[in-house]
Design a binder for this molecule. Structure first.
Ligand code: ZN
Ligand code: ZN
Length: 258
């Protein structure tokens, strides 16, 4: 599986530490694109910033995507969406009753940067869990219908992931609904090396439903091996033909299957 294309790589054009030039060099190690956060503070604030990013990265020979912040980012203009090689949509927080429920602490815990998830009690509330799960499906559906994302990034990452067993915090019925949205929308499900998601049962269900997949290390530092990802792919017995190779699902896979 050494030819897996890594779609999810950050640079210093958002919160990564490596320049676009550095990213262009590491393509020789193994194939990857760049996909910085949009929007991102003072760096990728609007479509003008995005156009410059696309031009600069393309000039270096990189495949260029973005990590579009679902539920937060403004709608993408059709022209810019088409000009990008792919768009990863990902959820980093959800809005419930006007309050933003942020996943930063959960993310740090899941990535092993903190030893304790201090908000475990708060997120153990069944009603809050139910609201988070429902809102997640809504913003993913909007990302597919309105923004035409190509890939769902770190699909089962949320503050609930930090609580433990994903088969317990994500009801099977909810997993099936999320998978159905991706399959019906023709978008790929990302296997994310940094968060270690989705778990095996989810991947098996997705494959059974006919999903496409995409690989993303989500690295913000130097390019890392895809060890965890390859083990996840093997454990779920996913077929190599169902993976994107740096383009949109339509370009990469649909034409070969129709
Ligand atoms: Zn992300
Ligand atoms: Zn990312």
């Amino acid at each position: 599986m050494s030819a897996l294309f890594d779609h999810h790589v950050h640079s210093d054009r958002s919160d990564g530490t490596v320049s676009l030039e550095g990213r262009a060099k590491s393509v020789a190690i193994r194939p990857h694109g760049v996909s910085d956060h949009y929007p991102w503070r003072d760096k990728l604030r609007n479509e003008n910033d995005l156009k410059r990013y696309l031009e600069d990265a393309s000039r270096l020979g990189l495949r260029v995507g973005i990590e579009y912040d679902l539920g937060v980012a403004p709608p993408l203009s059709a022209g810019l969406r088409e000009a990008l090689h792919y768009v990863i949509g990902a959820v980093h927080q959800v809005e419930i009753d006007g309050n933003w429920i942020r996943y930063d602490d959960a993310g740090a815990y899941v990535k092993g940067r903190t030893k304790l998830f201090k908000q475990a009690e708060r997120f153990s509330d069944p009603e809050l869990q139910r609201r988070i799960l429902e809102r997640t499906l809504e913003v993913v559906a909007q990302g597919i219908d309105r923004d035409r994302i190509d890939i769902l990034g770190h699909p089962t990452f949320s503050a609930l992931q930090a609580l433990g067993d994903p088969e317990r915090v994500y009801p099977e019925e909810w997993q099936e609904r999320l998978i159905a949205l991706c399959v019906a929308g023709g978008i790929a499900i990302e296997i994310n090396e940094s968060y270690g998601v989705p778990h095996r049962e989810f991947l098996v269900r997705a494959a059974r439903a006919g999903a496409f997949f995409s690989v993303g290390t989500d690295t913000h530092f130097e390019l890392k091996p895809l060890d965890k990802t390859e083990a996840m792919i093997a454990a779920a017995k996913l077929r190599a033909e169902s993976f994107l190779g740096g383009s949109r699902p339509r370009i990469d896979l649909r034409s070969s299957t129709s």
